[in-house]
Design a protein around this ligand. Sequence first.
Ligand SMILES: Nc1ncnc2c1ncn2[C@@H]1O[C@H](COP(=O)(O)OP(=O)(O)OP(=O)(O)O)[C@@H](O)[C@H]1O
Length: 340
Amino acid sequence: MDQDGLKARLPGSVAHRVQSAKLTGGIATLVVGADGLDAAARQALEAAIKDVIGGVEGVSQVRVAMMADRAPGAPPATGTTAAPAVKTEKKPLIIAVGSGKGGVGKSTLTANLAVALMRAGRKVGVVDADIYGPSQPTILATKGERPQAEGDKLIPIASPFGIPMLSMGHLVEPGKAIAWRGPMAGNALGQLIDARWGDVEVLLVDLPPGTGDVQLTMLQRYKPAGAVIVSTPQDLALIDAQRAANLFDSGKVPIIGLVENMAGYACPHCGEVSDPFGRGGVEAAAEATGIPFMGRIPLAIEIREQSDAGTPTAAGEGPQADAFAAIAAQLARWLDAKAA
Ligand SMILES: Nc1ncnc2c1ncn2[C@@H]1O[C@H](COP(=O)(O)OP(=O)(O)OP(=O)(O)O)[C@@H](O)[C@H]1O
């Protein structure tokens, strides 16, 4: 069933708020605009949608992402249509998101930073350059979509969250790019970065993990204006994060700051954050190396679940969304200072 089919099941008073709706493998994912609604009204709206769509034949699960507001001037959220192409366009500023090792939450941070920045009124795009495991199509709910081209340029795919994006995962089958070496990966990345980004001002680039040739080629050919490094609190991850910092330094890319992810465990029942791995490791490391500390994101089951479901945490409300918004605010300040 397509988007219109799902929407048609909802009463008009609810349907007009649905920005996109998809049914894949029995899972219905709806992105819903919740402008002007308080928390109780949002909950009631979500419950009403789950009630109706959950009863539709072929639907085994319903996921609802509430977009509490949309930044003025942000592109409309359409889900499947391509982002509008603009003929004369300024190149967006590239901000790299890197990590010394895999699995520390670089992709999660990139997607949520993009959503939080967009909610703060910035025009943001995402490039998923992680050739080893592109996960942005999953997190930003554009899996299975293919970008169109205009001339020799790709047209970014509009995610349901108002963020145009391009991913290696949109170009190659999962797992196929793993054997790529520097030049090939660099060329593919070039296609993603030199796409028709229209009025996007800031392009967040989710780099592959690590500090090898591929990353170096990318940094040399498409030099970012700045880099955000993400690490988990453990010592080993921090040593790797330092390596990533050295890589950016050697490429003369300013490091905007260090983010601590999976910092403490947020109890899914009471929300209290405990610190099984200790606390403050990344902040201390940042201080020791003179790199600004941008903040911490707790280890929270809902962050993983929402990433897997294509409804990024930063699109909703609550302490986890606030944590991403606080880091995005720091990035926004850095961007403003750079533009001044
Ligand atoms: N703060 C968090 N709380 C709970 N789960 C998280 C958190 N951050 C990331 N995750 C989960 O951890 C896993 C790895 O995260 P992610 O893919 O963002 O890491 P990565 O550094 O980009 O990894 P890779 O190098 O494999 O691309 C994912 O399943 C993600 O949902």
